[in-house]
Design a protein around this ligand. Structure first.
Ligand SMILES: [Zn+2]
Length: 299
């Protein structure tokens, strides 16, 4: 069940991959905990039985429910200390903020209050920032990967790079077409950062462990390029964000079938528009009580 990827580093594969780091005196450190109590119990059992020792800390990569949803269950059983990145740590303590953010900043509809949208709250004991971090004798580099979430980080330990959701595997790209983004501007920078980290093995948040991230980085970058050029085509005529989203999804022949999948896409399109605006490739005009985006000629 557990896969060794380094001398002191293992992975419990799952919907979200959970890292298990062996610190001094068999004190174990998890990287993320999965979506809920079931995932957390599976990871805890694997860590205790297959690595040996007790979990004393959790390193959270970002404030999305599928990555920290198991924290409360681990903390209740082990009293582990929770480390979480700046900004995203708020989402651990107040998980309703994530669906509220997706729902345009308002009290979200009930169908967005479960599953991968809303986790149980997690305590946060330490706020981490990019740079070196020592936990239980393990020398860790905290890698800034903001973009997919406001403060996402990766953790590099013994040459193993837990790179969270900076890249998504083919299966996820195929299913969602346009992966969720908080900031495209930051995410493009994060893709560059991820490509320059000196790892020997990379563990993405979802999908298989890889020796080389460059194929995944290229695949994720290609999706971004396709969405950007579609948006520029659609906004040849002044268009509202809703119209732009519908047109882009029609191109991908994608149907959002429920509130969570629809409301994940809305801010993602906004992240693209904000980036294109920052690059002076689209303009934003407020007229007739509408926000209209227009491609800059020749952009
Ligand atoms: Zn995520």
């Amino acid at each position: 069940m557990i896969v060794a990827v380094g001398e002191r580093v293992a992975v419990v594969p799952g919907g979200v991959n959970v890292g298990v780091l062996r610190g001094d005196h068999d004190r174990l450190v998890l990287v993320d905990t999965g979506i809920n109590e079931t995932a957390a119990k599976k990871a805890l059992k694997a860590a205790r039985e297959e690595v040996g020792g007790e979990v004393v800390a959790i390193l959270t990569t970002h404030g999305h429910a599928d990555h920290f949803g198991g924290n409360h269950a681990i903390v209740r059983r082990t009293d582990a200390r929770v480390y979480a990145p700046e900004f995203d740590e708020i989402f651990l303590r107040h998980p309703l903020l994530q669906p509220a953010l997706l729902f345009g900043g308002a009290d979200p509809v009930d169908s967005m209050r479960g599953g991968f949208m809303l986790a149980k709250p997690s305590p946060v004991d330490e706020v981490v920032k990019p740079g070196p971090l020592v936990v239980e004798g393990l020398e860790i580099e905290v890698v800034p990967l903001a973009g997919h979430s406001p403060g996402q980080v990766g953790y590099l330990v013994d040459g193993v790079f837990f790179c969270a959701d900076v890249v998504l595997p083919e299966a996820v790209l195929e299913k969602y077409k346009i992966p969720y983004l908080f900031s495209l501007t930051n995410h493009l920078w994060a893709l560059d950062v991820a490509g320059s980290v000196p790892y020997t093995t990379a563990v993405p948040g979802h999908g298989p462990v890889v020796d080389d991230l460059s194929g995944l980085i290229d695949r994720n970058q290609a999706t971004i390029n396709a969405v950007q050029s579609l948006i520029l085509q659609v906004t040849a005529q002044p268009s509202g964000a809703g119209t732009i989203m519908t047109a882009v999804l029609a191109h991908f022949e994608h149907q959002a079938t429920d509130a969570p999948s629809f409301y994940l896409l809305q801010p993602t399109i906004a992240a693209f528009l904000a980036h294109l605006h920052r690059m002076e490739r689209v303009t934003l005009t407020i007229a007739g009580n509408q926000a209209l985006w227009t491609a800059v000629a020749g952009s």
